[in-house]
Design a protein around this ligand. Sequence first.
Ligand SMILES: Cc1ncc(COP(=O)(O)O)c(C=O)c1O
Length: 229
Amino acid sequence: VIDDAATAFGARIDNKFIGSFNDTVTVFSLHANKIITSGEGGFISTNNDKLANKIRVLIQSGLSKDTWGRKKSKNYRILNASLPGFKFNFNDILASIAIVQIKKITNILNYRRRLKKRYLDNLKFLIKKKIIKVPFVDRGHKSALYNFQILFDKKKTIYNVANFLQKKKIETTIHYTPAHEHSFYRKKFRNVSLVNTNYFFRNSLSLPFHNNLSFKDIDFITKQLKKKL
Ligand SMILES: Cc1ncc(COP(=O)(O)O)c(C=O)c1O
């Protein structure tokens, strides 16, 4: 099994970290907008040594040894591709940033939990009145809190809200435009109708949520949001 856990570093299922399950290969993203980042790139976790070694070869153009490894062998001038690979290797400069970032994950997650709680406290009234819904996590599971979305009642258009907030210098995002709404796939799969996916696409908005956000920022954002709802 290959898990796409791009945004889920630090998340837990049944109190077990995603990426620590037996015999799975889990892929995490370090793209600039993730909760930890090296600007671009990502990393893979697996407890299967055989697969890990195969991945090391595949990402390095199929070469059995990377540049550093080759230098240590007698025959270092001779390249040997043992598999048809890809040029998917991460570079050492970004990896050194990533290692420092990974060490910060516990503090980052704790801070993001406090930010989420502040949003929930400030939005309590709107949630109680069912004007908005917020994501929930099942007992025993923990989200990595990549973003904070609110789901509106059908009658509100998220664009009105987003435009209003933008005028107050509050940037919001739509996570995400679903694949079947992109022009390439729309042409290819004309009759696809994904009712629930479209519902979330049209009615949910991601509010600012990042490691440099302050409680004061959240208070300002929620105050403006309440004015519009
Ligand atoms: C579920 C999922 N998979 C893959 C990606 C892409 O990650 P990257 O930009 O590192 O390729 C993202 C980016 O947000 C994502 O959310």
